[in-house]
Write a protein that binds this ligand. Structure first.
Ligand code: NAD
Length: 502
């Protein structure tokens, strides 16, 4: 019989367009969440290994920034075609390590692809401005230049999409990019690196370095890295922002969320219930834009609860690679137990457990949990106050629009929110009033398309620029303004005064 250790694959870093074995002697297990078995070991880079990666990236960045816009755009077009053609393979990798169902993995790839398509237009995106004749014989123009070596640190829940949010624009803008993916599902990042090599990205321009806090700290402190883009939980986002900026880097750090969906009494209850179930339980609730709180105004509550209960009974939960399943397991055993703990604490603290996911039975050792629906949840209960990041939907009852709005605005997070109503005036007022970065009107997961930008408010984002789209291009470049003059027949003269336009 083969032992687990013999069957376990050893993963590598990615350096100079080739796999690079880990040197630190440290590694972490990568599970298949559907079986609960360890399927690979991922190396955890040491500070010295991170330094070696930055050296390679620094040399590559110098060459890459000199490549023409059309060269960079051509690489992105080829990458787009390869990614599109191989999306099924990538989705299988995601399902094997993350657990989400195949169709959901394809969905995350599609949203990632949008960002590559956006970056294909880099010649247009980097156009500067030109003012002819600001003074006699003097012209002024602005140019956008890459930063040099930039790093991305990404979470487990979107192992392909979030890296693509960052790397498409970072590379197209002419930077060398170092990706530190989640150690829980690191293989999607390696697959993307292989495709980029096939697309013609030169050696060293993209590196993948796996690791934990040691590698992250080495990236944050390294003087050779100009900027860090981060997506993950709020405590780590805050840490990354503070440490990175204190080391002189430009940092954008996107954090956690507690997304509320406000349902007014006039809403289409069937549509709202479909949206709530899809957005709360899709990807087992492990989405930063998942709906985790449903704020039911007036008599919408009772109708919604029964419509949601009905829909829950039809959900198919099981391994992500089995066709027809709609929800897979959670990422780890510890996380599954933590999520189940929130259902228990809500019950103890006075919430009504309408559907108890802990009662669902599953075969094998996978990290499965059924979906839960909690009613009469209130601020102060752990299930309301914390980001659960699992298949638990909390219903809070509110007497009015104003009460519901206050709940949302008082929340420490401000990533996404949605309003469900037939009243255009109420929706417009909500869009004006709400203190949240991304708003849906009868749309539960309002993740902006790639030509807008993604970002929350409050504890959901540290930094000034949102992710991808126009703000992504801005984040990965810095502007330079040139004032130019050429010798002309009128000649020049000495003038000690401050330059003025004439
Ligand atoms: P996480 O914060 O645990 O990890 C994110 C990254 O940080 C990983 O690469 C991890 O290796 C690294 N990391 C973890 N602990 C660290 C430490 N102590 N020091 C340095 N680095 C560390 O997040 P996660 O569990 O992988 O992802 C889920 C979280 O991400 C949720 O809170 C979710 O809301 C959030 N998220 C936010 C967005 C968004 O756009 N706002 C998108 C996706 C996920």
């Amino acid at each position: 019989m083969t032992s687990t250790a013999e069957k376990t694959q050893t993963l590598t870093h990615w350096l100079n367009n080739a796999p690079a074995e880990g040197q630190s002697g440290r590694s972490a297990p990568v599970y298949n969440p559907a079986t609960g078995q360890v399927q690979a070991q991922v190396p955890l880079a040491s500070r010295a290994e991170v330094d070696a990666v930055v050296q390679v990236a620094t040399a590559a960045a110098r060459r890459w920034r000199s490549s023409s816009l059309s060269t960079r755009s051509a690489v992105m077009f080829r990458f787009r075609e390869l990614l599109s053609a191989r999306r099924d393979d990538l989705a299988r990798i995601i399902t094997r390590e993350h657990g989400k169902v195949h169709s959901d993995a394809l969905g995350e790839i599609a949203r990632g692809l949008e960002n590559v398509e956006y970056a294909c237009g880099i010649p247009n995106l980097l156009r500067g401005g030109y003012s002819e004749g600001v003074s006699t014989g003097v012209d002024v123009y602005s140019i956008q230049q890459p930063l040099g070596v930039v790093a991305g640190i990404t979470p487990f829940n979107f192992p392909a999409m979030v890296p693509l949010w960052m790397l498409a624009n970072a590379l197209a803008c002419g930077n060398a990019f170092i990706l530190k993916p989640s150690e829980k599902d690191p293989s999607a990042a390696l697959f993307l690196a292989e495709l980029l090599k096939e697309a013609g990205l030169p050696d060293g321009v993209l590196s993948v370095v796996h690791g934990d806090k040691e590698a992250v700290d080495a990236l944050l402190e390294h003087p050779g890295i100009a900027a860090v883009s981060f997506v993950g939980s709020t405590p780590i986002a805050q840490y990354i922002y503070e440490k990175g900026t204190s080391h002189g880097k430009r940092v954008q750090a996107l954090g956690g969320a507690k997304n509320h969906m406000l349902v007014l009494p006039d809403a289409d209850i069937g549509m709202a219930a479909d949206a709530a179930v899809s957005a709360a339980y899709g990807s087992a609730g492990e989405r930063c834009m998942a709906i985790s709180v449903l704020v039911a105004v007036g008599d919408a509550g009772d109708k919604l609860i029964s419509a949601i209960e009905e829909r829950i009974s039809a959900l198919k939960i099981g391994p992500g690679d089995v066709a027809g399943n709609e929800m897979g397991p959670l990422i780890t055993r510890e996380h599954r137990d933590r999520v189940a703990g929130y259902v228990a604490s809500a019950q103890e603290q006075g919430a009504r457990v309408v559907v108890d996911g802990r009662e669902a039975q599953f075969e094998g050792d996978g990290f499965f949990l059924g979906v839960s629906l909690l009613d009469d949840v209130k601020p102060g209960m752990n299930a309301y106050d914390d980001e659960i990041f699992g298949p638990v939907l909390c219903v809070v009852r509110a007497g009015s629009y104003a009460e519901g709005l206050k709940l949302i605005n008082d929340n420490e997070y401000g990533n996404g929110t949605a309003i469900f109503t037939r009243d255009g005036g109420a929706a417009r007022q909500f869009q004006f009033d709400v203190e949240v970065g991304m708003v849906g009107i009868n749309v539960p997961i309002p993740v902006p398309v790639a030509y807008y930008s993604f970002g929350g408010w409050k504890a959901s984002l540290f930094g000034d620029t949102h992710m991808y789209g126009p703000e992504g291009v801005k984040f990965f470049t810095r502007s330079k303004v040139v004032t130019s003059r050429w010798p002309d027949p009128a000649g020049s003269r000495v003038d000690l005064g401050f330059p003025q336009t004439r």
